[in-house]
Design a protein around this ligand. Structure first.
Ligand code: PMP
Length: 442
């Protein structure tokens, strides 16, 4: 009997070892890590350079509390992150994961309002659906009913606007018009809430688990920035999943030339080697808080030297091996291949993504985008079929958790074209098997 528990009673085999995009269980079965865990192991498993950097740091020191010592890996990594972040993001705050990163972004925004005489502003508008983390603060920004329901009332319920799921719309608008229409919902909501009460807007630039690789029309991103500027509202990008190369740029905000005020990253930073994340903010925000006596926030493990040495080595590897270029190339091949599967299987309703953050969504009717009957449990069935066939993918019931199933296919950034073809072949066989089991139309 195991004494461990996670969300459910479901258990998986014991992991034995992992290398590159492959993982082996203790029975010797091989799996393709087609979702990089939970979109984490961005540079693949057992990267020798990262392991060597961690070992070298371990031989020197493993921990120095930040109130007692600075450490060189944290300094070096902060300098690197500032160099790779949008202009003005010169201050970097380390954390140990995505929820901590989002909490830190929110607390920075709150304290900024407090020290700059704007304490009437406290509301943070987010999108629905969205996922911003598991801690109670981040959960109040999250909009995904199964995760929220047991914890209502939220610590503080925050206003939401619809995520731009244009693929569900049946209107005659152009992409550009749709993007603007969704962005303008932020303006309307700010006015409704009272502009003086709204502090920030937080969004995933490409949706993660919540919306399954949702990319908004081009026009959305710029208009959101304009609206935030107009009302003096801070724009927070949750790049926990998109950051550190996953979409083909170091940060996804670069695709649209957007400079958010605060950025939260994690997952790909530690890349499965260490728990690590970073929150960056524009210098004037941080200065205002430091000038007023200091940021009233911090975690014990912040800036851990082993974690930072690993994070630095991860970034070095990404650049040394042109992994972002590869991500754009093979991500395009993956999306095209998913498109071919959509041509073949009428129960695939949509295929979407950017770089190696890609997804497809299953429906019972593509014209109306009617989801599959939730009792079919397609979201777990397909994952299990693929798992049996040696491919790991990541699924969620989408659309607010009451309907719809989407699947994230997000292998590591080192995946080759041949390996993408292998993934697509296993997916094809798995979808065929799912169609047979659930009697889906072909
Ligand atoms: N924000 C986003 C966009 C995420 O995808 C996640 C994790 N899925 C988080 C925050 C929370 O990260 P963590 O699980 O590391 O706390």
């Amino acid at each position: 009997m195991s004494h461990l528990f996670y969300q459910t009673r479901d258990r998986r085999p014991l992991l034995d070892r992992a290398e590159g995009i492959y993982m082996w269980d203790v029975n010797g079965k091989r799996y393709i890590d087609g979702s990089s865990g939970a979109m984490v192991s961005n540079i693949g498993h057992s990267n020798p350079h990262v392991l060597a950097a961690m070992r070298a740091q371990m031989d020197k020191s493993t921990f120095g509390y930040r109130l007692h010592f600075e450490n060189a890996p944290a300094e070096d990594l902060a300098a690197k992150v500032a160099e790779l972040s949008p202009e003005g993001h010169d201050k970097v705050f380390f954390v140990s994961g995505g929820s901590e990163s989002v909490e830190s972004a929110v607390k920075l925004a709150r304290q900024y309002a407090f020290v700059s005489g704007q304490d009437s502003r406290w509301k943070i508008i987010s999108r629905s659906p969205s996922y911003h983390g598991a801690t109670l603060g981040a959960l109040a920004l999250t909009s995904y009913e199964p995760l929220n329901a047991p914890f209502k009332p939220m610590v503080t319920a925050m206003p939401k606007i619809p995520a731009p799921r244009c693929y569900l719309d049946r209107d005659n608008l152009s992409d550009e018009e749709r993007g603007l229409r969704y962005a303008d919902m932020l303006r309307d909501r700010i006015i409704e809430e009272g502009p003086d009460s709204v502090l920030a807007f937080i969004m995933e630039p490409v949706g993660g688990a919540s919306t399954g690789a949702l990319v908004a029309p081009e026009s959305y991103y710029g208009r959101i920035r304009e609206i935030c500027d107009k009302f003096g509202i801070l724009l927070i990008y949750d790049e926990v999943m998109t950051g550190v190369g996953r979409t083909g740029k170091f940060l996804a905000c670069e695709h649209w030339n957007i400079n958010p005020d605060i950025i939260a990253t994690a997952k790909g930073f530690g890349a499965g080697y260490v728990p690590l994340g970073a929150m960056t903010a524009k210098q004037h925000i941080v200065d205002k808080i430091l000038d007023a006596g200091g940021f009233q926030h911090g975690y014990t493990y912040a800036g851990n030297p082993i974690a930072c040495a690993a994070g630095l080595a991860v970034i070095e590897e990404i650049f040394r091996h042109n992994m972002m270029e590869n991500t754009t190339k093979v991500g395009g091949e993956l999306l095209a291949g998913l498109g071919r599967l959509m041509d073949k299987y009428p129960f695939i309703g949509d295929v979407r993504g950017k770089g190696l953050l890609t997804a497809f969504e299953l429906v019972s009717d593509r014209e109306t985008m009617t989801p599959l009957d939730r009792n079919l449990n397609a979201f777990s069935q397909l994952v299990n079929i693929a798992y049996e066939r040696g491919l790991i993918i990541y699924s969620r019931r989408s659309r607010g958790g009451v309907e719809g199933d989407h699947f994230l296919v997000c292998p590591p950034m080192i995946t080759t074209s041949e390996q993408i073809a292998d993934i697509l072949a296993i997916l094809d066989d798995s979808l065929d098997e799912l169609a047979t089991i659930l009697n889906l139309p072909r």
